[in-house]
Write a protein that binds this ligand. Structure first.
Ligand SMILES: C[S@@+](CC[C@H](N)C(=O)[O-])C[C@H]1O[C@@H](n2cnc3c(N)ncnc32)[C@H](O)[C@@H]1O
Length: 267
């Protein structure tokens, strides 16, 4: 899978994507990234990429010409203008061109899964007050927000998206790990983890995890995941795929408060 990232600040990407899982996936050829500096596509001696907003008000707006030129040239798209097609709101090619914006659809695990199906994705990072509206309407095919808050630029949002999508690509996590049980992958929050030592300052690892009984451990983990989700994100239970056993366990949690207490202690 290949990401083309369009940004005014390519240096910001050094570090987060040069380490750990994303770096290993890059080294293994599972994912590749190309950073495109929007300023390289601006014209004139000063390579200006932003301008004052029509209508006044504070802040600057990213100009359309450099971003259109950058994306069209990198993706090999013909440049077009008003009147070139009957419905300009229709996406014109299969590579998603995603604008990172707090006004976009909310990024979550299901969007990450959907994006992981593409062979190539273009990401446009806004800055200042954002991008000229014609970029959103005539160039982008999708708009994604990483949450209901406002960042200074789309770069951090792009890195989050790349990281979350990369770990879903086959082979990215290595044979020993898997994303299958991760929080949100199953519609639930993940169960708690423990590692050695079995007794740390008198706080013991739940006996069940030391039992070596695989089926019981699986059952314990499922119940812990259900309990965690019920306590922290009950909204998720409305859409999670639940078995009859899950449902009767959740019903017991409601009827028996002491069961919740015992399970919270890891018993
Ligand atoms: C300061 S923000 C502009 C916010 C814009 N004035 C608005 O109110 O919608 C600058 C850029 O940061 C990025 N950005 C900010 N918050 C974001 C979020 N929650 N998700 C994705 N990108 C975001 C976008 O690329 C945006 O163009």
């Amino acid at each position: 899978m290949h990401f083309d990232i369009f940004t005014l600040f390519p240096a910001m990407f050094a570090g987060p994507l040069d380490d750990s899982i994303v770096m290993r996936a890059r080294a293994a050829g599972i994912v590749s990234l190309a950073l495109h500096n929007i300023r390289d596509y601006a014209e004139g001696r000063h390579a200006i990429t932003d301008d004052y907003p029509y209508g006044g008000g504070g802040g600057m707006v990213m100009k359309p010409e450099p971003i259109f030129r950058a994306v069209e040239s990198v993706l090999g798209l013909p440049s077009r203008s008003a009147g070139d097609e009957s419905d300009p709101d229709q996406p014109r090619q299969p590579i998603p061109i995603i604008l990172l914006t707090p006004q976009g659809r909310r990024f979550d695990q299901s969007v990450a899964l959907e994006l992981a199906d593409h062979a190539r994705i273009a990401l446009i990072c806004g800055r200042y007050e954002g991008v000229d509206e014609r970029i959103r309407r005539r160039l982008c095919t999708d708009e994604i927000s990483i949450g209901d808050f406002v960042l200074s630029g789309g770069e951090l949002a792009a890195m989050i998206l790349v990281d979350a999508v990369t770990r879903l690509l086959p082979g990215a996590l290595g044979a020993e790990q898997g994303a299958a049980d991760d929080s949100h992958a199953t519609g639930l929050l993940e169960y708690p983890h423990y590692t050695r030592p079995p007794d740390f300052r008198g706080w013991r690892v739940p006996e069940m995890l030391l039992s070596g009984h695989h089926a019981n451990v699986q059952r314990w983990r499922r119940q812990q995941a259900l309990l965690r989700t019920a306590l922290r994100r009950p909204d998720m239970l409305e859409t999670a795929w639940l078995t009859d056993d899950d449902l009767s366990f959740l019903a017991r949690l409601e009827q028996e408060p002491q069961l919740t207490e015992r399970l919270q202690m890891g018993l």
